[in-house]
Write a protein that binds this ligand. Structure first.
Ligand code: TRP
Length: 323
């Protein structure tokens, strides 16, 4: 550890992680282990802004840990932990809150959305971006792989870090977002973006049967088998692309254009490609998920690595502000 740039990301334990989460964040995050020192955490403090079910929160945290384990995260050389196991994050959040303009929070998308939907806004939701900035800054993170929807949060993080450094002197590393462009919009079952709020998601560790059924339900146009089809506007093809090599993509694209292939067959190929990638992790998941001592061990070792750094950075910040 140490020589490689540090990549950090968080995932909220609200609901079942789905295929969109996998392609947008989890898969690239796991791949980054080869080139980065990675720190990934379960954003349970953030989840509290919207969930009030303690059992569900605990179970979801274990689900996520088991998912990362099943997908082959290397816990020896990287850190996977619970946000709430690092209490320094909340201390830093207070300190950073004191230099955060209220207007900046009022311009944040999540807050504006809640207001426009006339939802009740708690202070946790209002200051969500400050907590997120601290998640990132407290580990001297260099890179943050996130979905497109988190772009604004990363901009806020950079703004706050620059502002702090300017006011008190260099304390924070300025992080960079890594946004997965190609897979930023994963079609859900109805062709809209896959999202928990649309109820169109495919759970990542769902049994094979459920995956097949979900893929068979993807919306397409009503062209007959004989008609030539356009791969670039097809939801099935968009999903296939996420699980196949370029050569396979080219081949399927030309079959689309040639005509003579129905959407049913394309869906079958899509299912097979997806299943080839997820079959083994799904089996691993079933075993690991039952093994709570193993999951606790993973979270404890992650906590120890993360906390060592969080304590150093918090000390640095305390000194700068005069605490
Ligand atoms: N807000 C992110 C989401 O909803 C989760 C998150 C919390 C996060 N803290 C983070 C992501 C820090 C990256 C870095 O998906």
């Amino acid at each position: 550890m140490g020589a490689k740039p540090r990549s950090l990301s968080g995932i909220k334990p609200t609901g079942t992680p789905h295929l969109g989460n996998y392609l947008g964040m989890i898969k690239p995050a796991i791949q980054m282990q080869q080139t980065h020192e990675t720190f990934y955490f379960i954003a349970d403090y953030h989840a509290l802004t919207s969930t009030h079910d303690p059992n569900q929160l605990r179970e979801n945290a274990y689900d996520l840990t088991a998912i990362f384990a099943a997908l082959g995260m290397d816990f020896e050389n990287h850190a996977f932990f619970r946000q709430s196991d690092i209490p320094e994050v909340t201390e830093l959040t207070w300190i950073l809150s004191c230099i955060t303009p209220k207007g900046l929070m009022e311009r944040a998308h999540a807050f504006k959305d809640a207001i426009s939907k006339k939802q009740e806004v708690n202070m946790g939701l209002f200051s969500y971006p400050v907590l997120m900035a601290c998640d990132i800054l407290i580990y001297d993170s260099n890179f943050v792989p996130v979905g497109q929807d988190q772009r604004q949060h990363l901009e806020i993080t950079r703004d706050l870090a620059i502002r702090f450094n300017h006011l008190f002197g260099e304390a924070f590393v300025i992080p960079e977002a890594i946004i997965q462009k190609d897979v930023a919009t994963i079609p859900g079952l109805d062709g809209r973006k896959m999202s928990k709020s649309y109820g169109n998601v495919v759970p990542l560790m769902a049994p094979e049967k459920q995956f097949r059924k979900a893929i068979m339900k993807i919306t397409t146009d009503s062209k007959t088998v004989e008609e030539p089809k356009d791969p670039d506007t097809c939801n099935v093809f968009a999903l296939y692309k996420c699980f196949s090599t370029e050569t396979d993509q080219k081949e399927l694209a030309s079959r689309y254009r040639a005509g003579g292939m129905g959407y049913g067959e394309a869906k079958q190929l899509c299912f097979e490609a997806l299943n080839a990638e997820l079959r083994e992790p799904r089996e691993n998941y079933q075993n690991i998920r039952k093994d709570l001592p193993q999951l606790d061990g993973i979270l404890e070792s992650g906590r120890d690595k993360a906390r060592a750094i969080a304590m150093q950075v918090t000390e640095r910040v305390r000194a700068k502000v005069g605490l």
